[in-house]
Design a protein around this ligand. Structure first.
Ligand SMILES: Cc1cc2nc3c(=O)[nH]c(=O)nc-3n(C[C@H](O)[C@H](O)[C@H](O)COP(=O)(O)OP(=O)(O)OC[C@H]3O[C@@H](n4cnc5c(N)ncnc54)[C@H](O)[C@@H]3O)c2cc1C
Length: 560
C-alpha cells in the first residue's frame, strides 16, 4: 500500500476545481491535533510537515509538491491526531472533507489513490504508536487489556507504556503525576489524564462520536460486527443516510478471531481485526456514521420514525432499523471465574491475549469453530494447548480443515467429555481442575490461562417486549414468524425475509434465529437487509402518496 503517492498534473487540475488555493509561509500551522473537520492540503510548491506535538515535537512525515496531507480522520469526520505545518514557503490547495468525499466518489482512480494513502497512513500510525494517546498499563491488569483492545479495535493509534517493563515509564508517570495504583491511565490529546476510564469515557475524551447529527436517519444499524458493517457499507453506498451504533468497538466476534481462513476471496486468511478495519474504512468512505461505546437499550416501535434509545440517554430517530447485535460467549459457569477475567480467563483469543501466555500451557474450552481456531492459533506460541470439549466429539459446525489441523497438531491435546470444575488463584489464575465425564477422574493442573469459546447466546434481553424471539432468545424473522402464537402482524403483505415481527425492523447475522453463524453469512444478510430496507421505504412512500391523494380528493367543507 502506498502511503505517500504523487498526484498527476491532471489529478491536481481536477482537485483544483473544488479547492481553494492558498499561499503559505514557513511556520504556518495548517491544522492542529483535536481539530474537527480537517481539510486535505495538496502541496503545489514548497513543503508541508506532519508532526506529533509534545515536549519534543517529532516530525513523522513530509509532503512535497504533488503530494497531499491527511489520513482516515479526513473522511471519518473524526478530529485530527497530528499537526500539519508549512516547512517551506509555497502554495497549497485546501480541500474540505466534504469535497474530498465527493472526489473519492466521483473518480475511481483518484478515489483509490486517496483512500489507499489514508488507510496506509493510519496503519503506519498504529504500527508506530504515533497519535494523541499514551496508555500506561500492566500486563496482568484486566482493565489495561480492555482499553488496549478498545483502542486497537477502533483503529486508534496509541503508545502503550508497560509500567513493569518500559524504562521510560517512571519519568513519564512522574511528569503526569500518575501513581501505580491508578493504572490503567490514559493521557489524551497532550492534555487530559484519565485514571482507569470506562470505554465510554475514553471514547468521549477522544471525541470518537463527534459526527452525529440528530436528523431522522433512513437506517439505524445496531451493532458493528460483520453483519452490521456490511449493512452500513451497502446502505451508505446506495445513498441511505445511515448511522451505526456499537456497544463496544467495531468487529464483533470476528474481531476477536486471530485468523479467518474461510472468508471468500482471502486464500491466505485475514484477521478479524483487519476485516473490521477494512469494512469500517469502506463504510466511512461512503458516508456512514458510527458511534462506539454506546449500547442501544430500547426501540420505541409505537410509531414511525422509530426512536432508538441508548444507554447514555441519547435518542435517535430512524425510518428503518437493522438489528445486528450478534451473540456473546457464555461465561464460564463457576462463581470464581469472573474474578479472573483478563487475569487468566479470556473470552477473546487475539495477539494481545496470546502475548500474555507466551511459552506457557493453556486451556481452550469449546468444540466449535472459534474454539478450534483459538487452539491452533495459541499452539503457535504456547507449550501445550488442552482443548476441553463437553461432548464426545468436535462440533458438527467445526470446519473440516480445522479438525484436520487440530488432530495433527503435536502441541494440541483434545479432552472429550471434559468440563472445568474449579479455577483457583489469588490475583491471577493459578490452577484449573477439570473432570473427565467418562472416567469420573478429576485433574488439577497449574495452568494460568483459560480461553472460553463455548456456547454463544444472543444479546436480546432488551428486545423481549416488542419482538418475537425463539426459546433461546434469537430474533425470529420472515416466514418463520407465522409459526409463533404471539405473532401479530399489522400489514396485508407477509413479513419480508429478514423482517422481524415489527415491520421496517430487520434482524441479521448471529442474532437471527436460524442463522448460520459464519462471517460470510452475516455479511450476506447485512447486504440483503439493505435491499429489503429499500423495499420497505418505497412501500412507505407509496402509502404516504396514496393517503395524500385520498385527502386531496375528499370534498372540502366551504363557508356559506
Ligand atoms: C474467536 C472466533 C473465531 C471465529 N472464526 C470464524 C471463522 O473463521 N469463520 C467464520 O465464518 N466465522 C467465524 N466466527 C464466527 C463469526 O465471527 C460470527 O458468525 C460473526 O462475527 C457474526 O457476525 P454478527 O455481525 O452477526 O455478530 P457479532 O460479530 O457478534 O457482532 C455483533 C456486534 O453488536 C454489538 N452489540 C451487541 N449488543 C448491542 C447493543 N445493544 N447496542 C449496540 N451494539 C451492540 C456487539 O458489541 C458486537 O460488536 C468466529 C467467532 C469467534 C468468536
Amino acid at each position: 500500500m502506498r502511503d505517500n503517492p504523487t498526484l498527476t498534473a491532471s489529478q491536481i487540475d481536477q482537485i483544483r476545481t473544488v479547492a481553494g488555493a492558498r499561499t503559505v509561509q514557513e511556520g504556518e500551522v495548517l491544522y492542529e491535533p483535536s481539530q474537527a473537520e480537517i481539510p486535505m492540503f495538496v502541496v503545489i510548491s514548497g513543503q508541508v510537515s506532519i508532526s506529533r506535538p509534545g515536549e519534543q515535537e517529532k516530525v513523522v512525515a513530509v509532503r512535497g509538491p504533488g503530494q497531499f496531507t491527511g489520513e482516515m480522520s479526513v473522511i471519518s469526520g473524526k478530529r485530527s491526531l497530528l499537526r500539519a505545518f508549512v516547512s517551506q514557503d509555497g502554495e497549497v490547495l485546501e480541500v474540505s472533507p466534504a469535497k474530498v468525499s465527493w472526489l473519492i466518489a466521483k473518480d475511481s482512480d483518484l478515489g483509490e489513490l486517496l483512500m489507499e494513502a489514508f488507510v496506509a497512513r493510519r496503519l503506519l500510525m498504529i504500527q508506530l504508536g504515533e497519535g494523541n494517546v499514551i496508555l500506561f498499563g500492566k500486563r496482568a491488569s484486566p482493565r489495561t487489556l480492555v482499553l488496549r483492545e478498545f483502542l486497537t479495535r477502533n483503529g486508534h493509534p496509541f503508545r502503550y507504556v508497560d509500567i513493569d517493563s518500559d524504562t521510560s515509564a517512571e519519568e513519564l508517570m512522574d511528569k503526569l503525576a500518575v501513581r501505580e495504583g491508578e493504572i490503567p491511565v490514559v493521557y489524551c490529546n497532550n492534555r487530559d489524564v484519565l485514571r482507569n476510564p470506562s470505554i465510554a469515557e475514553l471514547a468521549a475524551c477522544l471525541d470518537l462520536n463527534i459526527n452525529t447529527d440528530r436528523s431522522v436517519r433512513d437506517l439505524l444499524v445496531i451493532g458493528a460486527g460483520p453483519a452490521g458493517l456490511a449493512a452500513a457499507v451497502y446502505a451508505a453506498s446506495e445513498g441511505l443516510n445511515t448511522l451505526v451504533v456499537e456497544k463496544s468497538a467495531p468487529g464483533g466476534q470476528a474481531g476477536s478471531s486471530s485468523k479467518i481462513e474461510n472468508y471468500l476471496g482471502f486464500p491466505t486468511g485475514l484477521s478479524g481485526q483487519e476485516l473490521a478495519n477494512r469494512s469500517l474504512a469502506q463504510a466511512q468512505k461512503f458516508g456512514a456514521q458510527l458511534m462506539v461505546a454506546q449500547s442501544v437499550v430500547h426501540i420505541d416501535c409505537s410509531r414511525r420514525p422509530f426512536k432508538v434509545v441508548l444507554e447514555s440517554g441519547l435518542k435517535f430517530s430512524a425510518q428503518t432499523v437493522v438489528i445486528a447485535t450478534g451473540a456473546q460467549y457464555a461465561r464460564l459457569l463457576l462463581d470464581e471465574a469472573d474474578t479472573f477475567i483478563g487475569r487468566g480467563v479470556y473470552y477473546n483469543a487475539t495477539h494481545m491475549e496470546a502475548q500474555l501466555c507466551d511459552s506457557e500451557e493453556v486451556v481452550v474450552v469449546g468444540g466449535g469453530n472459534s474454539a478450534g481456531q483459538a487452539a491452533v492459533f495459541l499452539a503457535r506460541t504456547s507449550t501445550r494447548v488442552h482443548l476441553l470439549v463437553r461432548s464426545d466429539r468436535l462440533s458438527d459446525s467445526m470446519s473440516q480443515y480445522l479438525i484436520a489441523r487440530i488432530e495433527a497438531h503435536p502441541r494440541i491435546e483434545i479432552h472429550y467429555l471434559t468440563q472445568i470444575v474449579a479455577v483457583t488463584g489469588t490475583v491471577h489464575l493459578e490452577s484449573i481442575a477439570w473432570k473427565d465425564g467418562s472416567s469420573g477422574l478429576e485433574v488439577t493442573m497449574p495452568i494460568r490461562h483459560v480461553f472460553v469459546m463455548a456456547g454463544a447466546a444472543p444479546r436480546t434481553e432488551w428486545l423481549e417486549d416488542s419482538f418475537v424471539l425463539d426459546k433461546n432468545g434469537f430474533v425470529v424473522t420472515g416466514p418463520d414468524l407465522v409459526t409463533y402464537q404471539n405473532f401479530q402482524w399489522p400489514l396485508s403483505r407477509s413479513p419480508l425475509l429478514l423482517e422481524t415481527s415489527v415491520p421496517g425492523i430487520f434482524a441479521v447475522g448471529d442474532t437471527r434465529a436460524g442463522s448460520v453463524k459464519r462471517v460470510a453469512s452475516a455479511v450476506g444478510e447485512g447486504a440483503m437487509a439493505v435491499h429489503l430496507v429499500h423495499r420497505f421505504l418505497a412501500e412507505s412512500t407509496e402509502q404516504h402518496n396514496a393517503h395524500e391523494m385520498m385527502a386531496s380528493s375528499e370534498p372540502r367543507a366551504t363557508l356559506g
